[in-house]
Design a protein around this ligand. Structure first.
Ligand SMILES: O=C[C@H](O)COP(=O)(O)O
Length: 327
């Protein structure tokens, strides 16, 4: 396999949520963050600085990946997503929509909001078309006698373009397992919804050195079920960071994102590894998003608490930068 993996940190060496990552030598060979204006770099420069994705990498082909003017280089456009959990009221959501409608948003960032089911219609009818709508869950198969569940068909009917699946609260509070989530993803994709496929380890799993094992197992369940990765965005959300204020350091997040991308390269394809957007979630806010966004493999964010304030959300959106990928 052409991908370099020697810089991967063994799972047993992954740092805990509170530990400082003083020197992350394993990242020294990676591309640095590149804004769109970096398109002026020559193709040769791109390949020289991009040691991990070598000539095996194919030109991204799906619609959400824009090609640079030269045609020699592509970009993974970034997603920034918000799931508000069970928060919100009609009035608070009205305010949030108003804030987002009046915010100036970077054009190269895909923005998606994930309101609770009962507010999707309100948001769809009042939010700018610039921002797409995600649901926070969907049923595993065609709708029918499944009281309380919402089908992918219904989500599509109401105007959703995306669904968030495998969120830690679905896994660890509701009890959904990897295979169930993988099947949900496959069904939603079959209904032409984009899937924000969440993965992430518990604190005890990180402390036991099992972060990679857990994430890879969750990834495999998606890979075993889905027919294509064209409409999948992976959201790495370490459970210990969700809603706790303990954000992963940029280095901690990056090392898992790199490992996920390498897993995709080895187990799916180099093309999927290159073009799939991997976003980070867990206590992202307006103060820490810029540093996280500088990391080469962090393609955006899944934001919870900080999305409830429109101005903070806009700041986070505008901190996200597109990353070059080799054509
Ligand atoms: O659903 C949202 C994500 O799980 C992250 O939540 P958070 O930003 O409040 O930690």
């Amino acid at each position: 396999m052409a991908m370099l993996s020697t810089y991967l940190t063994p799972a047993s060496q992954l740092s805990g949520p509170n530990s400082a990552v003083a020197s992350p030598p394993h990242f020294s060979g990676l591309r640095r963050s590149s804004k769109l204006e970096s398109a002026s770099l020559s193709t040769a420069q791109s390949f020289n600085s991009h040691t991990r994705l070598s000539s095996a990498t194919n030109r991204p082909s799906r619609g959400i990946v824009a090609m640079a003017g030269s045609g020699k280089m592509g970009f993974r456009l970034h997603s920034l997503l918000v799931a508000t959990g069970s928060n919100g009221t009609k009035d608070s959501i009205k305010q949030l929509v108003s804030d987002l409608n009046s915010a100036t948003l970077e054009p190269d960032v895909d923005v998606v909001v994930g309101p609770p089911f009962v507010y999707i219609d309100q948001v769809k009818n009042s939010l700018s078309d610039r921002i797409e709508i995600a649901a926070q869950n969907s049923w595993i198969s065609k709708g029918g006698a499944f009281t309380g569940e919402i089908s992918a068909e219904q989500l599509k009917d109401i105007g959703c373009k995306w669904v968030i699946l495998g969120h830690s609260e679905r896994r660890h509070v509701i009890g959904e397992d990897d295979q169930f989530i993988g099947k949900k993803a496959a069904y939603a994709l079959g209904q032409d919804l984009g899937v924000i496929a969440c993965i992430g380890e518990l604190l005890e799993e990180r402390e036991a050195g099992k972060t990679f094992d857990v994430c890879f197992k969750q990834l495999k369940a998606y890979a075993d079920a889905v027919p294509s990765w064209d409409k999948i965005v992976i959201a790495y959300e370490p459970v210990w960071a969700i809603g706790t204020g303990k954000v992963a350091s940029p280095e901690q997040a990056q090392e898992v994102h790199v490992a996920v991308r390498d897993w995709l390269a080895k187990n799916v394809s180099a093309e999927v590894a290159s073009k799939t957007r991997i976003i980070y979630g867990g206590s992202v806010n307006a103060g820490n998003s810029a540093d996280l966004a500088k990391k080469e493999d962090i393609d955006g964010f899944l934001v919870g608490g900080a999305s409830l304030k429109g101005s903070d959300f806009a700041t986070i959106i505008n901190s996200v930068t597109a990353k070059k990928v080799a054509a």
